[in-house]
Design a protein around this ligand. Structure first.
Ligand SMILES: O=c1ccn([C@H]2C[C@H](O)[C@@H](COP(=O)(O)O)O2)c(=O)[nH]1
Length: 507
C-alpha cells in the first residue's frame, strides 16, 4: 500500500517548466528517455520530481542546486537506458557524484569548479559549499536502472517505505553568470602562418587563449595549452621586425645576447645547464651546424640536414632542452628551417626562440652562399611547438596584447591562397566554377551545376586545404550565383559584385 506523503512540495528554481512534480520523496532522472514515458506509470505521491538530464557539464550543476533546495528528497532513481545516455555520459557522471564525490579543480574552459570524480567530465559550481555537497551525498540513496520498467519498480518500492524526515533545511547558493571566452577546437595539430615573427606571435597567443585547454603545468599553477602548434613565418626581414611601439616581450639588445646562445659554442658554466649553441657546436663531439652546411653544400636536395639537441644519456631526468630537433631543407631554391620544441612558452619565450632560430637559418644560408654557386633565397622559418602554452600568470598581459593588436592583424586581407583561385560564372543556365593555379591562372579543374551546396561540397572534397576565409568567401559567392540562377533573367551574377537587377530585360 502506497503511503500518503502529501506534505512534500518540490520547489525548482532552475528549469522549473521542464520538470514534473509530485509529492513523494524520490527524484527520478530519466536521462535522454522522455520523462512522460515513465511518468505515465506512476502516481503523483510516488515521486517528488521527474526530469531529464542531457549534459553532465551543464545539467548536473542545476540538478544538484535544485536538490539542495529540496531536502525532503531522499531517493534518486537514475534511468541510464539509451545509447544517447552512454554517449553523453550525464547519468553515469551523476551517479559518480554520489558514489565518488568531487574534488576542487578546473573545468575545460578554465573555471575553478568542483570536478566530479568520474571518467566523464562533469562540473559543479565552486560557489556551492562542499559540506552541503557532502551532506547531499550522504542523505540521498541512489539507484541506477537501465529500463523504464526497472525505474517504475524502484520508484514504487521507495514510495512504499516509511516517509523519511528531510535531511536539513533548503540550501541556496549564489550563482555567478560567467561568460567564457574559450571556444572549442581541435585537440592536436594547429597551423598558424604570418609574415613576421611579431605578427605570427599575436596570432599564436590569440589561438592559444581562445581555444587552448587549461591544464596543470607540472609545477604549481596552470597554463593554457595547444598540442602540436606549427607556426610558419614567411617573410621575417634579415634585420628583424620590431613593431613600434614594441609589444614583444624582447627588444634588440636582448636579441643580440640571445642569438649568441644559439650560434656560439659555450663552455660549462655553474648554474647554466647548457646553451643551445653548446649542444649544437660541441656537446656530442661534433659541430652540427658545420655538418649541416657541409651536407647541403654537397647535396642541395638532401633531406638529412638534421641537428639534434636531445641527449638520451642524461636528458630523461634533469633540465632537458626545450628545443630538440632542427631540420634544414632547400626546396624551390628556398632554404627553410624547421625546429621542434617539446615544450614552448609561447608568450614569454617563443619570440626569442623564433628570432634566434631565424639567425641560425640566416647563418647557414650565408655560409652556403659563400661556399657554393647555388642561387638561394631565404625560405620560411617553421617552429613546431609540441606543448604550446601560456602560463596563467601572463593571462592579463596576453589579454592586453590581444585586445590592442589582434583585430588589426586578423583583418589584414591577403587574397593569395596557395590552393588556387576559383572563377565563377553563369553560362547556359548553369553555375560554372573554374579552379585555377594561384600564379599563372591555368585552369586545373572545372565544376558545373545548379546547386551552390553541391558545388561547395565537391570543391571541399577535392581541396580540403583551402584557406578558411577563402572557403567562406566561395560559399557566399556560390549562393549568390544560385540565387541569380533561380531568378531566371531578373538578376545578373558577377563574381565579387552585388547581384544586379537585369534592367535590359525590363525595357
Ligand atoms: O628555449 C626555451 C626554453 C624553455 N622554454 C619554456 C618551456 C617551458 O615552459 C619551460 C621549461 O619547462 P620544463 O619542461 O623543462 O620543465 O620553459 C621555452 O619555451 N623555450
Amino acid at each position: 500500500m502506497v503511503k500518503e506523503t502529501n506534505q512534500f512540495y518540490y520547489t525548482a528554481k532552475y528549469k522549473p517548466s521542464q520538470l514534473i512534480y509530485g509529492s513523494g520523496q524520490t527524484a527520478l532522472i530519466t536521462g535522454w528517455t522522455v520523462k512522460e514515458a515513465v511518468y505515465k506509470h506512476l502516481n503523483k505521491n510516488e515521486y517528488a520530481v521527474i526530469g531529464q538530464l542531457y549534459s553532465p557539464t551543464r545539467g548536473i550543476n542545476l540538478l544538484i542546486r535544485n536538490l539542495l533546495l529540496n531536502p525532503h528528497v531522499r531517493y534518486l532513481v537514475i534511468l541510464n537506458a539509451t545509447k544517447e545516455d552512454k554517449n553523453a555520459g550525464g547519468c553515469q557522471c551523476l551517479g559518480d557524484f554520489f558514489r565518488h564525490g568531487v574534488e576542487e579543480s578546473i573545468s575545460d574552459i578554465g573555471r575553478k569548479s568542483w570536478v566530479i570524480r568520474s571518467l566523464i567530465p562533469g562540473y559543479i559550481d565552486i560557489d556551492i559549499n562542499i559540506n552541503a555537497l557532502e551532506k547531499l551525498r550522504d542523505s540521498i540513496e541512489i539507484q541506477e536502472v537501465i529500463s523504464i520498467s526497472d525505474a517504475v519498480e524502484k520508484v514504487k518500492y521507495y514510495a512504499n517505505q516509511e516517509p523519511l524526515t528531510p535531511w536539513g533545511t533548503p540550501l541556496e547558493f549564489a550563482m555567478k553568470v560567467t561568460e567564457s571566452n574559450v571556444f572549442p577546437g581541435t585537440r592536436y595539430g594547429h597551423r598558424i602562418e604570418g609574415k613576421t615573427i611579431a605578427e605570427t606571435w599575436v596570432k599564436i597567443i590569440h589561438r592559444i587563449k581562445t581555444t587552448g585547454t587549461i591544464r596543470p603545468t607540472g609545477y604549481d599553477g596552470t597554463w593554457q595549452e595547444l598540442i602540436d602548434l606549427m607556426a610558419i613565418i614567411t617573410d621575417e626581414p634579415d634585420d628583424f621586425y620590431f613593431p613600434e611601439p614594441n609589444y614583444l616581450p624582447i627588444d634588440r639588445s636582448f636579441l643580440k645576447e640571445y642569438i649568441s646562445q644559439i650560434l656560439d659554442n659555450a663552455t660549462n658554466q655553474e648554474g647554466v645547464k647548457y646553451t643551445y649553441g653548446q649542444r649544437l657546436r660541441s656537446w656530442f663531439g661534433k659541430d652540427q651546424i658545420e655538418q649541416v652546411i657541409e651536407k647541403l653544400a654537397h647535396d642541395i636536395n638532401s633531406a638529412r640536414a638534421v641537428m639534434s639537441l636531445w641527449d638520451a644519456n642524461q636528458d630523461h631526468n634533469d633540465n632537458p632542452p626545450c628545443l630538440n630537433h632542427i631540420w634544414v631543407r632547400i626546396v624551390n631554391n628556398e632554404l627553410s628551417l624547421t625546429a621542434t620544441f617539446r615544450s614552448n612558452d609561447m608568450f614569454s619565450a617563443w619570440p626569442a626562440n623564433a628570432m634566434g632560430l631565424r639567425a641560425l637559418q640566416k647563418y647557414i644560408y650565408d655560409a652556403l652562399i659563400n661556399r657554393t654557386d647555388h642561387v638561394l633565397k631565404m625560405g620560411a622559418l617553421i617552429t613546431i611547438s609540441q606543448s604550446a602554452h601560456i602560463y596563467d600568470d601572463c593571462f592579463e598581459n596576453v589579454a592586453n596584447v590581444i585586445s590592442s593588436q589582434y583585430s588589426k592583424i586578423a583583418q589584414r586581407k591577403d587574397y593569395f591562397d596557395p590552393a588556387g583561385s576559383f572563377i565563377i560564372t553563369i553560362q547556359n543556365n548553369q553555375i560554372i566554377v573554374e579552379h585555377t593555379t594561384p600564379g599563372s591562372g591555368e585552369i586545373v579543374n572545372c565544376y558545373s551545376g545548379k546547386s551552390a551546396h553541391k558545388i561547395s561540397q565537391q570543391i571541399f572534397t577535392n581541396c580540403p586545404g583551402l584557406q578558411i576565409s577563402h572557403a567562406m568567401y566561395l560559399g557566399v559567392e556560390l549562393q549568390k550565383a544560385e540565387t541569380a540562377l533561380l531568378m531566371k533573367e531578373q538578376l545578373i551574377y558577377e563574381q565579387d559584385k552585388p547581384l544586379k537587377k537585369n534592367t535590359i530585360l525590363k525595357q
